[in-house]
Design a protein around this ligand. Sequence first.
Ligand code: ADP
Ligand code: MG
Length: 608
Amino acid sequence: MSDIIQLLPDSVANQIAAGEVIQRPASVVKELVENALDAGANEITIHIKDAGKTLVQISDNGCGMSPTDARMAFERHATSKIRSAKDLFCIRTMGFRGEALASIAAIADVELRTKKTEDELGTFIHIVGSDLKTQEPVACNIGTNFMVKNLFFNVPARRKFLKANTTETKHIIWEIQRIALPNPQIKISLFHNNSPIYELPKNNYRKRIVDVFGKTLNQSLVLVDEETSMVKIHGFIGQPKYARKTMGEQFFFVNGRYMRHPYFNKAVMVSYEQLLPLGTYPSYFLFIETDPADIDINVHPTKTEIKFENERDIWQIIHASIRESLGKHNVVPSIDFDQSGSIEIPLPQKSGENVIFPDIKINHDYNPFHEEKSNFSGGSYSKPLPTEKKNLEHWEELYEGAQLKLKPEALDQTPAVEQYSGKKILQLKQKYILTPVKSGLMVIDQKRAHERILYEKFMIVLKSDSVASQQQLFPQTIELNPADAELLKSILDDLLSLGFDIREFGKDTFIINGTPGVLDVSSPELIVEKLLEEYKNSPVDARSKAKEQIAISLAKASALDYGTELKQEEIDHLIDNLFACSTPNFSPDGKKVLTIIPTENIEKSFLK
Ligand code: ADP
Ligand code: MG
């Protein structure tokens, strides 16, 4: 039998490698901007068209390439950044694998114009699908300019897999944020279809963060600055009172490179323990500087997973320096921190250990069920729809009826139809509602119940032709960071059909003229901010059903929070409304709304 194994041609090998490095337009942006950083540029401009699907253009004023290097750069494993395996342990550059350009050239139409300072003429190279079309001298600026067109033109499966422009643009914005934050000394501009998304001037770290995320963040930022023999940690953390409902603005960088690090994230979260209201997350922007020999960047082609030699010690240092910063800045009152002390390994059990934390203030008087407006941040309870049943006595019948309409998969986990056997309904820990039913004790999650109620109301609004919008007496303006502004723009139409009347009002600013009639909204801008946070964190795939997903996000954003004390009639009203829903057992994003603790279980627990 003849031999059958052959080496793949370079173009095919490159295409396969491209699958790992280049997943979407944002990966092209990341790789090319990182190359510009490595080339010593202090000005980088990025232009994208159609979310990068048609064009990604990146120009820098870095060192440029000679004609030979320009051609070599597109070869696989061709790099100027390392020479031998031992160099892998002292990496100071963003790139080193020599894969990006070969990968990009394998799956796109690439034009390169590049010139070194000392050269009179630059080099022009045109490569399509790994095929060199042209190489010639050209007059161009010092530095490098890449134009990547028609990404994945020869990988139709990949091209089809790309998400909507808004999603792909968002990924690009995220990549730019991850590069802009640790490099405030570099001027970075990003344009989408010729309109600016970011124009970030050279700045210090703090101002860069504010330029990227909006000036409202400024007041929240607390400095972190700690140097030990092992690592230096600097950056900013958000004050607990500005913590957000979602994990949006949490960034770790090591030696200027963005990384995900769940273990270190935990160190931050533990430092905030008892300082944060339930279900909120602090912002943080932490830059770790360490000897490159102590980390391994080469875990994954995208280099966002990084292994640390001294993970446990660094955990301690992060934890201690955050506690110290929170203390020094009077975020934690009554701690007398040693302001000059710096942390050494092993860590002394000092300062942070005897901290007395202030209580979390929750407005117990706030009542989302009150008809009049309150200053509650998350909007308030919806007005009853005309169809709502007010009579609690019959809710179990409604529940029974509702069961017939449940989807089969929901039915599996549905408790048996219950008879309401008493009138006692209690609230537990301002979180659960307890009520006896025939087979035991029914426990209802009040927030999820409210989400379900609101969601079904929004869906009715979406399906009806007429949209009830409640005009604001004083229209509110809201200023967003560019990424959120893009997102809001992309869902404005859907919000309109839910009853929001929001218009663009200058760069990244919007004016809210009206809110959905079914919501009593006391602070529309907060609802919109929370809605965006929820929407950002919803599964990307679910967004193909955009309207439904927005209704879910809005329900989550405006549902009453845990920690809200409810009066008897408000509990009744909530239960009444819940069992008027078509699917009372599940929240709109599929979480359990209620459970029944069987009487036998309660009895059993007394037998022991
Ligand atoms: P890596 O960055 O891992 O070395 P790339 O494929 O991204 O691999 O780039 C290959 C080489 O091309 C780099 O090592 C560098 O020498 C050169 N290069 C790429 N982009 C630029 C740029 N913008 N300016 C100067 N040189 C560049
Ligand atoms: Mg590179």
